[in-house]
Write a protein that binds this ligand. Structure first.
Ligand code: AMP
Length: 295
């Protein structure tokens, strides 16, 4: 177990810490999270620790990205355990603001990133990406890091943040880290803790469907409708999984693709019991893999 990172609850404290580091010329990596940390989060931390002199994590369950009736109140908040995990990973500092520290009484600004935030999660969780973009922008103002790390698990979120950073000239380099999965294939998520044992085994069909799509594409299947039909079949086998969406889309602009002759993103969102889960996987046809190998 390493040393506990410095824990800051106030914006002014973390700003002071950052300005000292920046004037010493250190590169700083930022890893924003909502806590209830697992190996997926820790992979982002490891990437930052490997590439930056100093790593700052944030833990903040951001109320503005939860819709009415979603799980804001009951979202897990095991702070002591999170700090122990961070201590085991050479994190230098953690910013853990209270809600009132991030959103003062008359807070009124919200960032709408536009088209890329509209489909998929944007459609099913109205207002979600405004909340995400606004809190990430605030965190980048409070913690002006050189790099920030996000997971492919929230693929659309990464595209939204990338668009915002480009549009608003935020001087930061973004990295998307691969999805970390449990041995049964399920993408790790803080929300998996809500699943009953039965729901958990039902939910594993989502990643099974994604991997089956991968196999089909690898074997030369290019028809989206054939691939999607196979995925639907795998998900329907189980019962108890209520899809919000299951799509094959362009990985840059999220528009639907009919023929998988370039890398496509398979993305899924579903409710299993009371738990809403998302997952995705990039599908690359063999010709594209070969082209990439030759270049
Ligand atoms: P969250 O705490 O859910 O807001 O996630 C914080 C960051 O961790 C986001 O950038 C997520 O995409 C990333 N993340 C969450 N789960 C995983 C996972 N299983 N693998 C990789 N990154 C993840």
């Amino acid at each position: 177990m390493g040393e506990y990172p410095q824990v800051f609850e106030r914006r002014a404290q973390v700003r002071q810490f950052m300005s000292e580091l920046r004037s010493a010329g250190r590169t700083i990596g930022l890893v924003p999270t909502m806590g209830a940390l697992h190996d997926g989060h820790l992979s982002l931390i490891d990437a930052s620790v490997g590439q930056c002199d100093t790593t700052v994590a944030t833990i903040f369950v951001n109320p503005t990205q939860f819709g009415p009736g979603e799980d804001y109140e009951k979202y897990p908040r095991p702070l002591e355990r999170d700090l122990e995990l961070l201590a085991s990973r050479r994190v230098d500092a953690v910013f853990v603001p209270q809600r009132e520290e991030m959103y003062r009484p008359f807070h009124s600004t919200s960032i709408d990133v536009g088209q890329i935030s509209r489909p998929l999660e944007g459609k099913h969780r109205p207002g979600h990406f405004q909340g995400v973009a606004t809190v990430v922008m605030k965190l980048l103002q409070i913690i002006p890091a050189n790099r920030a790390y996000f997971g492919q698990k929230d693929y659309q979120q990464f595209l939204v943040i990338r668009q915002m950073v480009e549009d608003l000239d935020v001087p930061i380099e973004l990295t998307m880290c691969p999805i970390v999965r449990d041995p049964d294939g399920m993408a790790m998520s803080s929300r998996n803790a809500y699943l009953s044992v039965a729901d958990r085994s039902r939910a594993a069909c989502l990643s099974r469907a994604l991997f089956f799509a991968d196999k089909l594409v690898e074997a030369g299947e290019q028809s989206s409708s054939v691939i999607l039909a196979n995925m639907h079949e795998i998900i329907a086998e189980n019962g108890g999984v209520e899809l919000d969406y299951l799509v094959l889309v362009d990985p840059d602009n999220l528009s639907p693709v009919r023929t998988v002759n370039q890398t496509a993103l398979a993305a899924v969102a579903a409710k299993v019991g009371i738990t809403r889960l998302i997952d995705n996987h990039l599908l690359t046809p063999p010709a594209v893999v070969n082209e990439n190998n030759h270049s």
